[in-house]
Design a protein around this ligand. Sequence first.
Ligand code: ZN
Length: 257
Amino acid sequence: MIRFISIVIILFIFLFGCSHPRENRDVLFQTSTINALLEGVYDGDITFKMLREHGDFGIGTFNELDGEMIGLEGKFYQIKADGKIYPVDDFMKTPFAVVTFFEPDKTVLLDKPMDCGKMEKYVDNLLPTRNIFYAIKIEGNFVFVKTRSVPKQNKPYPRLVEVVKSQPIFEFSNVKGTIVGFWLPDYMKGINVPGYHFHFITDDRKAGGHLLDCQVKDVRIEIDYTPELYMVLPEHDEFYRSDLSKERQKELENIEK
Ligand code: ZN
């Protein structure tokens, strides 16, 4: 009997003790840094098989900057510059991605039509502090959505600010879909995008992109409070040599908006 109890205790310690960091689902996982992406570091070492181990929800891009990435309910999608959505296989890689396991801590229904800017201000008031990370999912009916994607690049890679000068833009009206993204604190400058960074996908999973503008009709806003960060940096020459010491906030705002 004592032997049985000690086995149970050891098993308990193993399950809830040692494996705790892996089991914690309130971790923001990110690959590389936003400033590295701005500098043209468009190749990473992290596969989507690896990324999946850190989250079922998130946004990012693909090696060679081949489109916008959106992850929702455990599925990852590639929105290429042609506006179409392609399946993402385990062996594809990402130079920049942010994911978490999405489990909302707060859910609010919003049935007043408003534009993206107003909606963001509304969400601002739902956040209990501006000092932790939030994963945000906004699902429902949209009067209008404007997105963009980025075209696949060839080496030598141009800087991101050059690429977005010719970004394809997509507009949708009266569409059902989901916004997937994050709100991050100001102190994340250089590492990630401070404030909101959203991608969008339609309910039929046929279109989407990096969100530029929208007008919501009636949506459900879900917020996942995320107090931990796990960052993995690329281990190759392009990343090692890129100058990440410069302040790029203005440039980032032009690219994101
Ligand atoms: Zn984006």
